[in-house]
Each structure stands twice: as structure tokens, then as C-alpha cells.
Ligand binder design. Structure first.
Ligand code: HEM
Length: 602
């Protein structure tokens, strides 16, 4: 079976150039542009969405249309290895063994910001693969000529798993309609404020469990009260609960299980700790193993009961069972005329198509699964990576803690606080620059085209863009591997190209939950840092060795292990230590003075 840790999954987007939303996007962009010092919230929570939504802005589109080369104007040969050459074998090996995201970074160093690989076998339908790593060309694909690139490249595995339904696995009008149905709850300010409360409350529950664990471990041992844990598993449980509660008003009760994780009754993120967590993790891992396997082989593998496909089928059936129960409960409540929440599930259940036909359970399940799948793991790994990076850089941590203390004091954060927390937003963006949860977003070219660099793209080419390669490119970021949130200070950001930082993708299939995700990660990180101190243990390097199945994971280090202690207690301990050190220095000084006096007297 053909695996690829590389290949992108899904990507999404909400930005068709519908005139109404285009106008809104434009006015928002204009507001930020004319008010660079303006609301940090406006900048932080909407800037990414806006930049990628530039496809919806008629002025941006017009400008780019006017300035881009016409097909008959410029034609530059696209660099890349010759088909069947030793070089192409080596390059394809890099993709398979190191992942497409790493390969794209290497290709941009080797061939420049555009390169093409012929796909003589037309594997999974693509005529050639074109790799882009320049903001200007990406702007062309995701904004100026977005109409030519509305289709996500979807290998056959999507047909196998989703039957071309859902948001991630569908194309064209079906995708358009389901994006329009699913996006609003994650973008509307009033909804986001409500969701923020859920994020903060569930984070507080997690904090309570950790505090209880600290209290019980300090009473049972004389050693200092801290514990070692895989923070990534805990944030995954937290975000599963958050997505369940916000999108479906359903409590998966994952945070409750953290007490088991801590007492050793459950394992780490790489083990089957319980069915739902097992299913969501196995789904991503198994899907990646067969990601570019063509349909005939998938069917044969299924018939032969190949382990990856068996696991994949089982994971789907566990998740499907859990969600169909939730859907069924809601249908019964609706039929009985009971009051039901107006959440995503409510919107989907009452939606009807042009013929007045409601969605089938199958259609509902696919949408719900995509939101749950695309929404929880990405947010969880980003949160865990943020806690790790901030804690591994004491100067960053001090500056952030000072900001949190100044704005929040000891109270929990809320949605409205985010605009007062620019350094927190900068830290989260810096984490996503180095560790984008989804590293690659591909599109299929509907017609021949020419990029701003003069390189041609042919109909049927698959154009790959990578937030990972962009984020680590030395041509774009000085010292790209250094964690430095000041890159995202409002002043520094003003000089960025709008398409150089794209953790949520861009264009026609951009992430549906970008604002929701940024808000959730920020609030979870702030809530946990206020109460706890994290000391990174594994890995022991400032750079996290991440890998990707469908989204980012920490399998190489079997999770992100950190020592957690209560921040107040930690602060007290540090203050006590400072006091001891100060007293010791005084004693040493006295001794020195007495010694000097004795010497002088002699
Ligand atoms: C830190 C968190 C997240 C990151 C980094 C992230 C990133 C991405 C990226 C890169 C894509 C592909 C974009 C493209 O092709 O241009 C995507 C697609 C998608 N995301 Fe997110 N995402 C996150 C959280 C969420 C959340 C919270 C939700 C839902 C509430 C969500 C829902 C989706 C959906 C449904 C798609 C597929 C859209 C389509 O194919 O049309 N994501 N995401």
C-alpha cells in the first residue's frame, strides 16, 4: 500500500468570492490596513482569515489580475528532475522517507521557489506535481486566479472513506453548500464569545484535576509537588470536549478521564487509552499509511483484510457509532418538540436542499466527523506545542506572564481580553509558523495558467503549497529555526507579505475554523499558564521533532512530556530560593569582610 506521511489532507475554505462576504472582507482588510495600531483582536483573530480570504476582495483580485503575466507573455522553464532520472528517484525518496513538508523545504533550496515533478504514471490522477514556495505565486493561486484552483487534490482514499461527502472529501457545489452551512457558527462573534466561555470552563476543569493530583501527590510524598505527564494527550482530551460541546452540545467527558491518565490507569497519546481517543488517533495514522494508494488496490486490500484498512474501517465505525447516537438523540428531541440548542448540529439538522430535502444521517455524519476530526487534533497539538515552546524559552515566558498578569490579574481570561494580549497572540502565531498542524495544502489546476514568476501550470497539474516550508524558509524568515514571537509584533507583521504565513491554508478551501482555533488555543494556553508552570522534559531540545500523519503528531517522542507544577507554589519556591541565595551571599560577604579585617589587623 502506498503510504505518505506527506500528503496533505484536507484543507478547507470558506472563501468563495461571494459579493456580500467579499465586501465585508474588504472593509475589514481596509480597517486593519488604515489602523495599523488598531485593535489587536481585530488583527489577531481576523488577520489570517482575511489574508487568505483575499480571494473574496475584488480590489486585490483586480490588482493581481492586472499585474500577473498573461499566458502568452512569459514562459519560463520550470526546474525539476527529469522523469525516471536518478535525481527524481532521490527526490521522490525524500518525499516518502522525510515527508512532503520537509521535501518541499528541501526542493525550494535545491530548485528555487517553483519546481515541477512529472507524474508519468498519472498516479492518483495528477499529470504533474508543481511545488510552490513563494508568497507571490501562492497569492496568485489562492487569490488572484483562485477560480482556477477551487478543487482540493483528493487522492482515492477520500472516495474510499468519505464517498465524496463531508467537507474535506467533497468538491464543487456539494463542498460549497456544506461549507456555507458549517462555517457560520465558527465565525460569528457572538457565537465565538459563547464558545470562548466553554473553552475557559473546560480548561478550568482540567486545571482542577491537575491541582487535585498535585495535592494528592504532595500529601503522599515528601518530594516537591509536581508531576510528569504527556501534555499532548491532555490537550487532545480537552479539545475533544470543546469541539463536542460547542458544535454538538455533547459532552464526550474526555477531560474527566484525565484523572485516569495521571494515576497511571491510562497510557500516553500513542496507546489505546479508550475507544474514542483510540479511534480518532488510529483514523489519522491508518489514513496516512494508505494515503496515495489507488482505488483498485484499496478495494483489493479491503477484500484481503489488510491491517491498515481494517484499522481504518474499525476507527470509522467507532466514531460513526458515537456521532450517530448524538444525531439520533437530537432527532428524537426535535420530533418531541423539546427545546434544542442552536449549534452546528441544529443548523445541519434543519437545513434542506433546493428541493426541500433534509440531510440524510450519512451526510450529517460526514460533516460532523470533518468538524470533529479537522477541529480537535489540530487545536490540541498546537496548544501542546505552544505550552512547550513558551516554557522552553524563559525570556518569552516572563514577558508573556507579565502581560497576562497585567491584563488578567488572577481572573480567568475571556474572549474580550484577547485584544489586550498581543504578545500571547504573537507567541501562538510563532508556534504555528514552526509547527503548522496541517503542513501542506494542494489544489488541482482547472485550466492552463502562468504564475507571476512566469512559470506555466498545465490543466490537471496538482499545485502543492506548504505552510511548513513557507514557515521555515530562510528566504522569508531570518534564522527561521529560532523561536522568536517578536516576528509577529504588530510593527513586524505590518512588513509581512500577506501570503508568507498560512497555517490555515488559503483560498477556496481555507480552514473553516481559523478564528475559532486561534481563540481556543489562546484561551487554553493563557488559562493553563496562569495556574501552572511547565518544564519540558521530552524532547530535550528547543526544537520539537514533529511528524505528520494527517495532522501533526509527537509520535517520535511518544508525546510531549512536561513536568507540571503549580505556578504559585513554583513562584514561592523560586522566591524562597532567592531569599536563601541572598542570605547566603550576605553571610559570604560578612565572612569576606571579617577575613579582610583580620588580614589587615595582622
Ligand atoms: C490550530 C488549529 C487548526 C489548524 C492549524 C487548521 C488548519 C487547516 C488547514 C491548513 C486546512 C487546509 C486549508 C487549505 O486547503 O487551504 C484546514 C481545513 C479544514 N479545517 Fe482547519 N485547522 C485548525 C482548526 C480547525 C477547527 C477548530 C475546525 C472546525 C471547527 C476546522 C475545520 C476545518 C475544515 C472543515 C477543513 C476542510 C475545509 C474544506 O476542505 O473545504 N479546522 N484546516
Amino acid at each position: 500500500m502506498l503510504s505518505s506521511k506527506h500528503t496533505l489532507p484536507g484543507s478547507c475554505c470558506v472563501t468563495r468570492a461571494k459579493s456580500a462576504s467579499a465586501g465585508r472582507t474588504c472593509s475589514l482588510v481596509a480597517r486593519v490596513a488604515t489602523n495599523p495600531a488598531g485593535s489587536a483582536a481585530t488583527r489577531s483573530l481576523t488577520a489570517l482569515t482575511e489574508s487568505a480570504e483575499a480571494s473574496g476582495c475584488p480590489f486585490t483580485a483586480l490588482k493581481s489580475q492586472l499585474t500577473r503575466p498573461k499566458p502568452d507573455q512569459v514562459q519560463v522553464d520550470v526546474p525539476g528532475p527529469a522523469p525516471f532520472s536518478l535525481e527524481s528517484l532521490g527526490d521522490v525518496g525524500t518525499i516518502f522517507f522525510e515527508g512532503l513538508h520537509v521535501a518541499m523545504l528541501k526542493f525550494s533550496a535545491k530548485y528555487g521557489p517553483v519546481c515541477r515533478f512529472a507524474n508519468p504514471a498519472s498516479l492518483n490522477g495528477a499529470t504533474s506535481w508543481v511545488f510552490l514556495n513563494s508568497p507571490q505565486n501562492i497569492q496568485h493561486v489562492c487569490a488572484a486566479n483562485v477560480k482556477n484552483y477551487t478543487m482540493r487534490y483528493l487522492p482515492d482514499i477520500y472516495k474510499y472513506v468519505t464517498h465524496e461527502k463531508g467537507i474535506l472529501g467533497s468538491q464543487g457545489a456539494y463542498n460549497d453548500r456544506h461549507r456555507r452551512l458549517c462555517a457560520p457558527p465558527f465565525r460569528n462573534r457572538a457565537q465565538l464569545e459563547r464558545f470562548a466561555d466553554v473553552v475557559v470552563q473546560r480548561s478550568a476543569r482540567l486545571a482542577e484535576i491537575w491541582q487535585q493530583h498535585l495535592a494528592s501527590s504532595s500529601s503522599s510524598s515528601s518530594s516537591s509537588s509536581s508531576f510528569l505527564t504527556d501534555v499532548a494527550t491532555q490537550t487532545q482530551r480537552l479539545t475533544l470536549d470543546v469541539v463536542g460541546l460547542t458544535a454538538f452540545s455533547h459532552d464526550f467527558k474526555q477531560v474527566q478521564r484525565i484523572a485516569d491518565d495521571l494515576s497511571g490507569a491510562a497510557g500516553d497519546s500513542t496507546q489505546a487509552t479508550d475507544r474514542l481517543l483510540w479511534a480518532v488517533n488510529t483514523f489519522g495514522e491508518s489514513l496516512a499509511e494508505v494515503f496515495i494508494t489507488p482505488m483498485p488496490l484499496l478495494r483489493a486490500g479491503h477484500a484481503m483484510g489488510l491491517p491498515h484498512l481494517r484499522n481504518l474501517d474499525e476507527a470509522v465505525s467507532v466514531m460513526r457509532g458515537a456521532m450517530l447516537d448524538v444525531i439520533q438523540e437530537r432527532r428524537i428531541a426535535l420530533a418531541a418538540g423539546q427545546p434544542v440548542p442552536q449549534d452546528l448540529l441544529g443548523i445541519l439538522l434543519t437545513a434542506a436542499d433546493e428541493a426541500g430535502q433534509a440531510m440524510t444521517d450519512e451526510e450529517l455524519w460526514e460533516d460532523v466527523h470533518d468538524v470533529m476530526g479537522a477541529g480537535h487534533e489540530t487545536t490540541a497539538t498546537t496548544t501542546a506545542a505552544a505550552l512547550y515552546c513558551i516554557s522552553a524559552h524563559p525570556a518569552v515566558e516572563s514577558q508573556l506572564m507579565a502581560e497576562l498578569q497585567a491584563v488578567l490579574g488572577d481572573r480567568p481570561p475571556a474572549y474580550a481580553d484577547l485584544e489586550q494580549l498581543p504578545y500571547l497572540q504573537a507567541c501562538i502565531k510563532e508556534v504555528m509558523r514552526l509547527y503548522p498542524a496541517i503542513p501542506v495544502f494542494p489544489r488541482e489546476a482547472a485550466a492552463d495558467d502562468v504564475l507571476p514568476s512566469g512559470h506555466p501550470v498545465s490543466k490537471g497539474d496538482v499545485v502543492f503549497m506548504s505552510s511548513y516550508a513557507l514557515g521555515r524558509s530562510p528566504a522569508i524568515w531570518p534564522s527561521p529555526l529560532t523561536f522568536d514571537p517578536s516576528r509577529f509584533s504588530p510593527a513586524a507583521e505590518a512588513s509581512h507579505h500577506r501570503f508568507q504565513f498560512l497555517p490555515f491554508g488559503a483560498g477556496a478551501r481555507m480552514c473553516l475554523g481559523a478564528s475559532f482555533a486561534q481563540m481556543s488555543v489562546s484561551l487554553m494556553v493563557a488559562s493553563l499558564l496562569q495556574k501552572f508552570k511547565f518544564e519540558p522534559v521530552t524532547p530535550a531540545s528547543p526544537l520539537i521533532p514533529v511528524s505528520y500523519d494527517i495532522t501533526m503528531n509527537f509520535n517520535e517522542t511518544r508525546g510531549l512530556h512536561m513536568r507540571v507544577s503549580a505556578r504559585n507554589e513554583q513562584q514561592q519556591q523560586q522566591q524562597q530560593q532567592h531569599e536563601v541565595d541572598r542570605q547566603q551571599q550576605e553571610v559570604d560577604l560578612q565572612r569576606e569582610l571579617v577575613g579582610a579585617a583580620i588580614t589587615a589587623a595582622r
